[in-house]
Write a protein that binds this ligand. Structure first.
Ligand code: NIG
Ligand code: FE
Length: 419
């Protein structure tokens, strides 16, 4: 596949073009109705959005630019999927089978399945093999409209295997169009060889893994799975503080299945995001609302785990928290590469309106990754990471449940998926 990130300014990316005949252009600057523009076209030049205006004005600003036909579709920014575990060895559908017979996720983990099963897979694979296995998954993400994807380590759990995963992510970023943002998640689980001496594993993460990851410039964020039976609050605090001391901004898997005060800890540390929040408390909602920590909601996970209740998105939004929606793409609890289904869940189960959901999956995702180049919005100067949808109204993006209505995806102004 062509990779627009490799295109020099003299190549395709410098070409200007205009996209007209759109039913709606959703800027995603906010979840207010003004974000839905009608009667406008978009001009792109040098891989960036040049302007949003009526066609005659764009024609005079970009006189040589060809005018492409939007076919009456909706244009949104590319999705910024801010939480994934997309590098892994194999899917774990047999665990899904067990769960349908009533075996809980954490019980499967105690029996040696779960995250630790994926750790066995990743340890047995070379960096090259991880790259090869992950490439087609990233093409799938792209076909669902994702143009930026956060990817975590956390299935290696030795110094060498965590570094191997992060190097694979770096190579994958260069090898295909989706921008990958790497996060170090050495504290995803205590590996079996440290089960009787978990303190030593926490020390390994702090003393060896974090310095090695930072020295290699291999991650932007440090994350911890804070959950009863995995890591506790004090362990999470120590690991995230060690990450911060090495320039890795904190993120936290918080209050996914049970409440552990994770949202409060994330807010206290000034974390970039607190993710999951299926079991957040009222105090946690208030803590996030009063902080800059983004509340990242991952409803496909709770869907696949068979949970009946979802994170309180409406209450979080009404309290003033910034929301992101993401896939949590992983082989255990969320083998979901695309955001359209997540938007459906956000609207039908979590009380968001379709525009709020689209904004949470674009601008919200960019905020959850501290990307400040205009990504996740269609505004002048933002990267031209754009998705044309084969629908006349943005509400139809979550409405067509389980259907992919993506027509065309552009990365930095170059078409990378063509309907
Ligand atoms: O975000 N919560 C922890 N990690 C993943 C699950 C990973 C797995 O089961 O392999 C999650 O849901
Ligand atoms: Fe996760």
């Amino acid at each position: 596949m062509t990779n627009p990130k490799d295109v020099t300014p003299a190549g395709g990316a410098s070409r200007a073009w205009i996209l007209d005949n759109l039913s709606e252009l959703v800027t995603c600057v906010s979840a207010d109705p003004e974000s839905v523009r009608r009667g406008v076209a978009v001009g792109v030049a040098d891989g960036r959005v040049a302007a949003i205006a009526a066609l005659p004005e764009l024609r005079s600003r970009l006189p040589d630019a060809p005018v492409l036909d939007g076919a009456g579709g909706v244009l949104t920014p590319g999705f910024v999927d801010s939480h994934s575990h997309a590098v892994f060895g194999a899917y774990r559908a047999h665990e899904f089978g067990l769960r349908t017979r009533g075996v809980p996720y954490m019980e499967i983990a105690r029996r040696g399945g779960g995250i630790v099963a994926s750790v066995r897979h990743v340890r047995a694979l070379s960096e090259d093999a991880l790259v090869e296995l992950t490439l087609p998954r990233l093409s799938e993400c792209l076909r669902y409209g994702t143009t930026t994807l956060e990817v975590k380590s956390g299935y290696g759990l030795t110094v060498a295997d965590e570094l191997k995963m992060l190097r694979a992510i770096r190579r994958l970023d260069r090898a295909q169009p989706v921008d990958l943002v790497p996060t170090f998640l050495g504290a995803h689980a205590v590996p079996p060889e440290y089960r009787e001496r978990r303190d030593r594993y926490v020390e390994l993460v702090i003393q060896e893994m974090i310095p090695a990851v930072a020295a290699g410039g291999l991650a932007r964020f440090c994350d911890v799975f804070l959950e009863p039976g995995v890591f506790d609050r004090e362990e999470a605090r120590r690991i995230l503080e060690a990450g911060m001391a090495h320039g890795l901004a904190p993120k936290l898997h918080a209050d996914e299945l049970e409440n552990s005060g994770g949202a409060e800890l994330a807010a206290e540390l000034g974390a970039v995001s607190a993710d999951h929040l299926g079991a957040i408390s009222e105090a946690g909602i208030q803590a996030l609302a009063g902080s800059s920590t983004v509340a990242t909601l991952l409803p496909a996970t709770l869907l696949l785990l068979g949970r009946r209740t979802y994170a309180p998105a409406r209450r979080l939004a009404d309290a003033g928290a910034t929301l992101a929606l993401a896939t949590d793409f992983n082989p255990g609890s969320s083998p979901a590469p695309g955001l359209p289904l997540i938007l459906t869940l956000a609207c039908s189960q979590m009380g968001l309106d379709p525009l709020e959901a689209v904004v949470a999956a674009t601008r919200g995702g960019a905020q959850a990754l501290r990307l400040e180049d205009g990504r996740g919005t269609i505004t002048a100067g933002a990267p031209a990471d754009l998705v044309l949808w084969r629908v006349p109204d943005h509400r139809e993006i979550p409405y067509h449940v389980g259907v992919n209505r993506v027509s065309t995806v552009w990365k930095r102004g170059t078409p990378v998926v063509s309907g």
